[in-house]
Design a protein around this ligand. Sequence first.
Ligand code: UD1
Ligand code: CA
Length: 460
Amino acid sequence: MALDIVIMAAGKGTRMKSNLPKVLHKLAGKSLLGHVLDTCATLGDAQVVVVTGHGADTVEAQAAGQGRQFVRQMPQLGTGHAVLQAVPKLQDGGTTLILNGDVPLIEARTAQALVAACGSTNLALLTVNLADPTGYGRIVREGSLVRAIVEHKDASPEQRAINEVYTGMMAVPTAALKRWLAQLTNHNAQGEYYLTDIVAMAVADGVPVVAAQPSREAEVLGVNSPVQLADLERRYQRAQAEQFMEAGVRLADPARFDVRGQLHCAEDVEIDVNCVFEGEVRLGVGVKIGAHCVIRNVQIGEHTHIESFTHIDGQDQAVQIGANARIGPFARLRPGANLGPEVYIGNFVEIKNSTLAQGAKANHLAYLGDAVVGKNVNYGAGSITANYDGANKHRTVLEDQVHIGSNCVLVAPVTIGAGATIGAGSTITKSVPPGQLAVARGRQMGLDGWVRPVKKPKSS
Ligand code: UD1
Ligand code: CA
């Protein structure tokens, strides 16, 4: 049976005090609307209709994807009016699930339970009991039967005492939804077309109104302000942290751990405080991550240690690190860094688009860009590849067992043959054959009898 999902995402989000449309603000590195859309994608082949309004162009550009449709609501005259805009897209004879673009953590099983509670004959509401229900629509019951939803601003003092509230999500038989939406009026405290008024219409039509509940409160929390966004982010991160710890990952502090993407951990992974993982990150058996690391799009081999304050960014070209490597502290690995096993990268070393074979070392203050580095190469402190001539990037090749002294400039393109040694302070512009010692620096002179100038004493 056809399932249509309407996601309301037209609202301005005034309290965010931001130029960015509210549903595009990010939680765990993904937009609020992106979370809802990803959950929808797991609900079979439902048609998804997103109602846009404020910042519609931007929202539609970011949310575009397979099987997604957009309808615009301008101006925004209420939640009932929002769903009304989607009516031409909704398939008669099916069920419509209504979700909110600013309630990101709704889970697929809760949405499925809501659709099941609808069962193509009932009006199913997702409700929750709140200690402080202020601002929400109240679920008015007679005995156990739901009779209506009354908005906070329209509610009597007795109704305001009700703790069961409407979460903004429901599942409705589509044909009935269309009939009810056509009858909505805006005769209420806010002068809006309330979607919630269809509950009393269902009761009048003899359609059973049922309620389902989420398994966790965070599933139904909406984002209206930066404070709520940060609160939901912490709840989300805490829940992720607990899942990782249950799977055996040792987190120094689950409250100082952020995953904004997919983190995959093998056994015996240890992660110190204040690390941020972005994109797709895979950590092998026994990997240790020191404090204060930012790690994006990287695969790290078994028993490798990433020391504190290291920044790894495989942005558009994933970084690869082999087994038993030592990286950092204060290292920076950029896109295309591909490090073999037992590679050592020390403090203030930057590596971009370069392959380092087993056992290569760059321990201090160095840059390797567009380079191919052989086995057991030792790359001295302060040395750099001059890989860019202002227009083109050129490659540097360092064959196995090469030793680059301190403070060398390797002007690419250049190849240093296997086992060759480059003296400290050399500027290398020509390739060096295997085994040779190349020194390219001014010769040291000694001037005897030279006298250092001295300042004349100030006469008082
Ligand atoms: C709504 C419910 C209320 C419920 C609460 C849960 C109605 C009338 N009331 O109230 O019972 O307890 O949600 O959070 O439905 N939107 C549009 N177009 C509009 C108006 C709203 O797209 O014209 C979108 C908003 O962007 C938002 C969602 O619909 O994503 C809910 O709107 P909001 O104004 O926050 O509803 P509430 O007044 O909080
Ligand atoms: Ca409102």
